[in-house]
Design a protein. Structure first.
Lengths: 237, 437
């Protein structure tokens, strides 16, 4: 498989200016993420995990260093450009699902396309296919309130795929789920990885990290360990 | 950046508003009541003013009405001395025919003068007896009063001269005296204190309006009550003499008034006001007491129009205040909504929504509230006016400007009061917003 890097992080730093003093959350990270890879980012709280997630998700900008996503340097984009990148290049999966209550399953899946000016009537079939892919073919017009936690997270996964993103970025995707459902969601993620999608999961759960082919451990704002176990994982599966 | 269909944004707004139907309805209520109130109040005011103006116009904008009234000295309480007793017992006052001719001769711009002699009588036909007013006047009475002849003819010059005992009766008297059958060519008896007289009905006249609503004064003779019998002035004079004496049985009272009313017609509306001092002068000549009143319809009309402009301004202020209150209510709810939906805002931002997208979304939601509320208010106000006008038969006129102003203000309120919550939503940090539970 051709391993093109879709993320290049170079000397990434993030400093929070709290007025009286400054907090250095990220102290200079360097790593690449290749296309089609499955990476887990782990680390204790305070390690800079959430900060890195926000920067990777283009929700925040680094204070220093480079972040190349695809072919673009997103480190220096303005708010509007970042919104565009989030909507077209990144598929988010959150711990608390974060579906929009007033929309049904299909409409929720469509949301990222909506903000690219793509009308739901033109992409309805595409959205329905994604709902079917995550096993919700019979729940298309249900509201989030009418779905279980696992089902809601499936909708979120389908939503993260709708814009054909460069990368799926998941933040503790199974944190709110029981172990059975957790396995189901992780199986879906494995399946997506099998299809050649690039996954980055931020987690503190070893069971989740175990599925990834690479685990990046953060500690005090720096990369502590970067373990690749691609071959071993393939066997285990 | 990208063109999101505006209709889709409205769709998103409606979906959000439908999530909390009761709250949406209550929030709109302020706008509904505001717009409804403006349209209804303006329509009621416009209707009342229209009625009043029509009434005044029916008196003739070019006309001035002079009526005999009992002078103050004759209205005083009994003083005990014989003179005052006599003055009240035998009251001789009022306008004279010489006043009419003097006005015609000395006041510039006067085209015609219409004297009226009146007397309280009883009209009798068969078994029916109706209290009525006998009016002696000239053939052009209908033109002056804009009364309409509904049957037969009015008095003409020939009768004026030949003194044939024919009369015209008012529509109300015809209805009450003849109860449905045709009064034309029928004979009626007009009976008073000193004599009874037979007249042949040759026409029925419908009075446009009475001046009673305009100026109601006690003890004014010749009130144009609706049951009227009109005869030529010359017949009146021949029958009842120059001095028209009104005796009230049991009251030990005599009143002698020559003319109860003089109507003066000017050649143009603009001539009326400047000529009033001369008119007063002509009337005051040879009088030591003021025993008449002058009613100037055009002056009343102008006063009414001024009053209407004031009322309209007042209504505008009320409208602005009620819409302001409604707007504040909407802003309050929208601010609460933004807080409540912080997480949704975070999700939308993560899914690619720009700050502009979020601003527009919340602004559109506020606008939908205002437009819907305003729309319901317009329909309600209009409907209320329609019911009042067509079913309750009270003149109610919905004016276009009131609808435009009320609706326009509700949209303005939506924009102004929606902008702040919308900006607040847009400026939320997506990371904080996402973390908000």
């Amino acid at each position: 498989m051709a391993k093109r890097s879709i993320i290049q992080i170079k000397d990434l730093k993030k400093v929070y200016d709290l007025g009286a003093f400054k907090v250095q959350a990220l102290k200079g990270l360097n790593f690449d993420i290749e296309e089609g890879s499955y990476t887990a980012i782990m680390g204790p709280s305070g390690s800079g995990k959430s900060t890195l997630l926000n920067i990777l998700g283009c929700l925040d900008r680094p204070s220093n260093g480079a972040y190349i996503l695809g072919d673009d340097d997103v480190a220096h984009m303005d708010d509007k450009e970042l919104s565009g990148v989030r909507g077209s290049r990144i598929g988010f999966i959150f711990q608390s699902y974060n579906l929009i209550q007033q929309l049904n399953v299909v409409e929720n899946i469509h949301v990222p396309l909506f903000y690219q000016g793509k009308d739901i009537s033109d992409h309805y079939d595409h959205c329905v296919k994604l709902a079917e892919k995550v096993g919700l073919a019979d729940r298309l017009d249900h509201r989030p309130m009418q779905l279980s936690g696992g089902q809601q997270q499936r909708v979120a996964v389908a939503r993260s795929l709708v814009n054909e993103p460069l990368m799926l970025l998941a933040d503790e995707p199974t944190g709110n789920l029981d172990s059975t459902t957790e396995q189901e969601i992780l199986d879906i993620l494995d399946e997506l990885h099998g299809e050649g999608r690039t996954l980055v999961i931020v987690t503190h759960d070893d069971a989740v990290a175990e599925r990834a082919e690479r685990v990046i451990h953060l500690k005090d704002g720096l990369v502590d360990q970067d373990i690749r176990k691609g071959a071993a994982k393939a066997v285990a599966n | 950046m990208q063109g999101i269909s505006f209709i889709r944004i409205i769709g998103v707004g409606i979906k959000s508003l439908r999530l909390h139907k009761l709250r949406t309805a209550l929030t709109m209520l302020g706008m509904v009541i505001g717009v409804w109130a403006v349209i209804t109040l303006v329509a009621i005011g416009e209707g009342a003013s229209h009625d009043a103006q029509e009434e005044i116009k029916s008196l003739g904008a070019r006309n001035v009405i002079i009526r005999s009234i009992k002078p103050p000295s004759m209205r005083e309480q009994m003083q005990g001395d014989w003179e005052s007793f006599f003055r009240r017992w035998m009251a001789i006052y009022g306008l004279k025919r010489t006043d009419a001719s003097r006005i015609k001769d000395t006041v510039p711009g006067v085209t015609r003068v219409l004297p009226l002699m009146t007397k309280r009588m009883t009209a009798i036909h068969g078994p029916r007896e109706i209290g009525c007013q006998l009016i002696g006047t000239y053939p052009y009475y209908p033109e002056f009063t804009q009364a309409q002849l509904v049957a037969g003819q009015f008095l003409n010059e020939a009768e004026e001269n030949s003194k044939v005992s024919s009369c015209v009766i008012s529509l109300e008297l015809a209805q009450r005296l003849f109860a449905g059958h045709n009064p034309l060519m029928e004979r009626i008896v007009v009976s008073g204190y000193e004599s009874s007289q037979v007249f042949q009905v040759k026409g029925v006249l419908q009075e446009r309006a009475s001046i009673e609503k305009l100026a109601q004064l006690p003890d004014s003779v010749g009130q144009t009550i609706a049951a009227n019998v009109y005869i030529p002035l010359s017949s009146f004079k021949a029958l009842y003499g120059e001095k028209n004496v009104d005796r009230s049985v049991g009251h030990l009272k005599l009143e002698a008034v020559e003319l109860s009313e003089i109507r003066v017609e000017f050649d143009s509306v603009d001539r009326v006001m400047p000529s009033l001092p001369l008119l007063s002068e002509a009337l005051n000549a040879g009088r030591d007491e003021r025993d008449f009143e002058i009613i100037v319809p055009i002056r009343e009309l102008k006063a009414l129009q001024k009053q209407k402009a004031r009322d309209t301004r007042l209504l505008m202020y009320i409208a602005c205040i009620s819409l302001l209150v409604g707007g504040i209510g909407i802003m309050n709810i929208m601010l609460a909504t933004v807080t409540e939906r912080t997480q949704e805002i975070g999700v939308r931002r993560a899914m690619g929504a720009t700050r502009g997208d979020i601003t527009i979304q919340f602004l559109v939601e506020t606008l939908i509230l205002c437009l819907l509320g305003g729309g319901i208010g317009v329909v309600g106000g209009w409907g209320f006016a329609w019911v009042r006008h067509h079913l309750l038969h009270t003149t109610t006129i919905v004016t276009e400007w009131s609808v435009l102003v009320a609706f326009g203000l509700s949209v303005m309120v939506g924009l102004v009061f929606g902008l702040y919550p919308a900006r607040r939503a847009a400026l939320l940090d997506p990371i904080d917003a996402l973390r908000h539970a």
